[in-house]
Design a protein around this ligand. Structure first.
Ligand code: NAD
Length: 471
């Protein structure tokens, strides 16, 4: 594995091991960039960015669509790399690769519609508004969606005509490398896309401070997001922050508890719960509580935990030892406060970071799992009597990413839609992200949107041009 700088794959003198979370074996070495490497990447992004923005839009689109096609054609191979480094079942990994190829296609096509406008004006003045690429982007992405997160940044930046230096996760580097290969083979000019790995704090502090970098894009935890946003602010740079969440699910008195439980379980334990939009606090009307819990337990019992490369496995290990420890601590804390473990909740006795999907009931409001993003396979279920109280609980945390509601009443659904403080809402199902619509948070979950026409906005700047015609 190498760094990709200025159109070349570069080796590094420093490296770190990459661990397979299903076996705890070392499966590779990730190269770590030096400060010199980073400076070369930024210089390349400046040069490559000029070439890329001056490339006719039809050629840019063709190159990006070619890269998307290459990636889709390699979905099986890339999925194996992803599962080996991150742990999710192969089918989930393959689905992610195909989805991101689709996201790249969508952004590539949408960039053709980055229209400006001509404004009627007096006499000999032509007044117009143009959309231009903001310039070189520095992006930082995590390990939970090794294809999804880097591609959102690469697709947005490149489609808008920007160059990018991206630091993908050191824990799941292989997928990012495979994606970059597709862009390189598709004919992307040297320097337009640069991939580095390294010490996260060192790389981000160095890149964000470089005057050539014009936008900071980050997906990850709220504390790190606040740190990077502050660094960007100190350098007067805009930032795009896709941060964590603690998504409430409100199951109203008129909902179908079995259907709500089935759909919740599928979403809750996807990617072993390591998803920023994962449903993570279940607030169920007291009249449905027992039926919902019974259906939830029955559905959870069908989950097959194991090595994501094996047939029939529906939930892989946690991605790293930190998440395993965090799950053990959250369950122990809830139990010490009186919660009841109805299923799972323990590390599996085998190598790998495996954790049995946990279902907890009777969880007190102050338990850590009710207030801290669990980012793992724990489902705390509590009951409520009044919808207004449930909404108040849902909105009581600083998070505001996703929220879910189940009801048969259009009136109640409207109450939920208007009442939830969240950037992404699903009613009567747990919808995933789609290319055509924006994703992003409110409150501490961040700002800016990825996907949909809004997805390109962060990567474009608006220029007002007043042109007085002279002979
Ligand atoms: P973490 O906060 O240490 O790291 C989160 C991500 O940010 C990692 O990819 C890490 O390499 C990176 N990072 C850390 N410090 C950085 C820095 N100074 N500059 C640039 N990047 C930096 O946490 P973790 O143990 O890897 O993950 C646990 C928490 O992270 C979870 O509880 C969850 O809240 C959050 N997380 C969120 C997302 C998301 O999609 N929003 C993804 C992964 C992790």
């Amino acid at each position: 594995m190498n760094l990709y700088i200025d159109g070349e794959w570069i080796s590094s003198t420093r490296s770190a091991p990459v661990i397979n979370p299903a076996t705890e074996e070392v499966v590779g070495q990730v190269p770590l960039a030096t400060i010199d490497d980073l400076d070369r990447a930024v210089a390349a992004a400046v040069r490559g960015g000029r070439v890329w923005r001056d490339t006719p839009i039809a050629d840019r689109t063709r190159i990006l669509l070619t890269a998307a096609g290459l990636l889709a054609s390699r979905a099986d191979r890339v999925a194996r790399v992803m599962t080996t480094e991150q742990g999710k079942p192969l089918a989930e990994a393959r689905g992610e690769v195909l989805r991101v190829a689709g996201a790249l296609r969508w952004d590539a096509e949408d960039a053709r519609r980055a229209y400006g406008r001509i404004i009627p004006s007096a006499g000999d003045t032509v007044l117009s508004v143009r959309q231009e690429p903001i310039g070189p982007v520095a992006a930082f992405t995590p390990w939970n969606f090794p294809a999804g997160s880097p591609m959102r940044k690469m697709a947005g930046a490149l489609a808008a005509g920007c160059s990018i230096v991206i630091k993908a996760s050191e824990e799941t580097p292989g997928t990012a490398v495979e994606i970059v290969r597709c862009f390189a083979e598709a004919g992307l000019p040297a320097g337009a896309l640069n991939l580095v790995f390294g010490d996260p704090a060192e790389v981000s502090a160095h890149l964000i401070a470089k005057p050539e970098i014009r936008l900071v894009a980050f997906t990850g935890s709220i504390p790190v997001g606040k740190l990077l946003a502050a660094q960007a602010g100190a350098a007067m740079k805009p930032s795009l922050m896709e941060l964590g969440g603690h998504a409430p699910v409100i199951v109203c008195a008129d909902a179908d508890p079995v259907q709500a439980a089935r759909r919740s379980v599928a979403a809750k334990f996807a990617n072993a719960g390591q998803v920023c939009t994962s449903p993570s606090r279940f607030l169920v009307h007291e009249s449905l509580h027992d039926a919902f819990v019974a259906a939830f337990l029955a559905e959870t019992a069908k989950i097959v935990v194991g090595n994501g490369l094996d047939d029939g496995v529906t939930m892989g290990p946690l991605a790293n030892a930190r998440r395993l420890k965090a799950m053990e601590e959250l369950v122990a804390d809830a139990v010490s406060r009186g919660a009841v473990v109805r299923a799972g909740g323990e590390r599996l006795d085998r190598p790998g970071f495996f954790f049995a999907p946990a279902v907890l009931t009777g969880v007190p409001a102050g338990a850590r799992v009710m207030v801290e993003e669990p980012f793992g396979p724990i489902a705390p279920i509590v009951s409520f009597a009044e919808l207004g109280d449930a909404l108040e609980t849902a909105n009581s945390l600083p998070y505001g990413l996703a929220a879910y509601g189940f009801t048969r009443s259009a009136r109640t659904a409207e109450k939920l839609i208007g009442g939830f403080e969240a950037g992404i809402l699903s009613i009567n199902h747990c919808g995933g992200s789609v290319h055509e619509a924006p994703s992003g948070g409110v409150k501490s979950s961040g700002y800016g949107r990825e996907g949909g026409p809004e997805g390109l906005e962060a990567y474009l700047v608006t220029k007002r041009v007043s042109h007085l015609l002279v002979d």
